[in-house]
Design a protein around this ligand. Structure first.
Ligand SMILES: Cc1cc2nc3c(=O)[nH]c(=O)nc-3n(C[C@H](O)[C@H](O)[C@H](O)COP(=O)(O)O)c2cc1C
Length: 213
């Protein structure tokens, strides 16, 4: 039985859809802001959360999510004050999820924040959970994968994994906010990076500050 069947059905082919994967690196606030902004753009979101991401969400933004995936969708939507019918969460072993197969036709995936563990497993093609499998599908189908890695300092292993994926066309947007826009608040810093993610997803982003404009 498909464990996500109780949730909103996936969108029809004419609605843009994005896979948003959240892993256990620091920077959960980036993921939450991105989900909020994508909901405003009427993009359907397939959301994948690693177990470690749930620990980080609790630690960094005091958000506890339930185990059950339908309840997770509701809790996330409630926390972000967005429409729950514009998104769907999946368990990491839900191999019936549309994110697990190229035939579903989902064109874009972003992993934010991306832990060094998930980065390494994707770079070596492990496909052992739904985040790794979804990324593997995007890569084999030569679609768009964006990774927002976060660690400091970076080891040669981390750098080699990023180079390997970059050479395959993956967009690497490190969680390295700039300060030349003179941020006044934490929100300004978060938005700076989320704007770059939306630019790379090629989604309408009128709020983004553009250099020289
Ligand atoms: C509060 C917290 C912050 C963490 N920050 C990072 C980080 O910035 N980068 C990273 O690679 N791992 C970080 N970790 C460790 C990862 O969560 C851990 O390696 C985990 O196994 C990653 O699993 P995942 O890739 O399945 O999410 C952090 C863990 C916790 C609890």
């Amino acid at each position: 039985m498909n464990p996500s069947a109780a949730q909103t059905p996936p969108p029809t082919a004419d609605r843009q859809a994005v896979i948003v994967a959240i892993t256990g690196a620091s920077g959960a606030a980036y993921a939450l802001r991105l989900i909020q902004r994508l909901a405003q753009s009427n993009v359907f979101q397939h959301i994948l959360l690693s177990d470690a991401s749930r620990v980080v969400l609790k630690q960094e933004v005091d958000l506890s999510l339930p185990e059950n995936t339908a309840a997770t969708t509701q809790a996330l939507a409630h926390h972000l004050n967005i429409d729950a019918t514009s998104m769907r969460c999946y368990s990491l072993k839900d191999w019936f999820s549309p994110t697990a197969s190229g035939s579903a036709g989902i064109k874009k995936m972003i992993i934010v924040p991306c832990s060094m563990g998930t980065l390494a497993r994707i770079a070596s093609g492990m496909s052992d959970n739904l985040i790794e499998r979804a990324a593997d599908v995007i890569l084999k189908e030569r679609r768009q994968l964006i990774i927002v890695p976060r660690e400091t300092p970076l080891s040669s292993i981390h750098l080699e994994n990023m180079l390997k994926l970059s050479n395959m066309g993956v967009h690497i947007i490190p969680a390295m906010p700039g300060f030349y826009h003179q941020p006044k608040t934490l929100d300004d810093i978060i938005n700076f990076l989320v704007d770059r993610m939306l630019d790379h997803l090629e989604l309408s982003n009128p709020e983004a500050q553009k250099w020289g404009m």
